[in-house]
Design a protein around this ligand. Sequence first.
Ligand code: RET
Length: 284
Amino acid sequence: MIETTAADVLASRVVPLEITQAEVFQAVQADSLLSASLWINIALAGLSILLFVYMGRNVEDSRAQLIFVAALMVPLVSISSYTGLVSGLTVSFLEMPPGHALAGQEVLTPWGRYLTWALSTPMILIALGLLAGTNMSKLFTIVVADIGMCVTGLAAALTTSSYLLRWVWYGISCAFFVVVLYILLAEWAQDAEVAGTAEIFNTLKLLTVVLWLGYPIFWALGAEGLAVLDVAITSWAYSGMDIIAKYVFAFLLLRWVVDNERTVADMASGLGSASRGGAAPADD
Ligand code: RET
């Protein structure tokens, strides 16, 4: 008589469907185009950290220091994010649901990206908001909407039960993104005029808006969406956009802050008094 133990059931039903972390790691390393897109970001994030610390060594104004800390967090989160991806820790092979172009196939899903965007993108926005002289309610709104965008984007990537629901999550994420774009383009652009930082703010705003629009486009075209582009090409698209949206962005911002520390220091203190609708300063 053949006895079936719990271990046999586990071995026959569960284990074959699971791919170990070591196998994911090997799969990532075996695709040289894919792994190069990750390693290059680890190297650039490391260099950016050293460069930004050096650039900020003499900054004394507290608002300027806060902008530096927020900007420095971007490559710090990034180096952790990409280390998670190359090691296979934050990458999974997920079976796509019926209706998807790759239905039934295991698609490499770098879900760690979307998770860590929930930490890095608020830092970018906090740095931009401080530059624009935002008030607290706009800063709170944009940061919450941004985290909402990243977390629902993560949900879109991880949903394997229904193809339709993947796109529902995608739609919710886009709705959050509209809030982010509105504050950047309408509210903060006006605040920056009042704060006297409009020129640099407008350059960084343009860079941010154009690049950030690329992320949902590549998600939709990549293997997780319509599967028009393959995994390695999509990964390079994200990595390329990351390089400009994070390291180049932060470098331009910090270089301006170092050269214009007085302007930053002279901005109204606190979050709000420089913007329309903020509390009026007392006369006495
Ligand atoms: C997703 C898919 C769902 C719809 C939308 C997205 C937007 C993502 C964005 C990401 C920006 C990331 C950056 C990372 C830097 O560390 C999640 C791709 C709207 C805008 C700038």
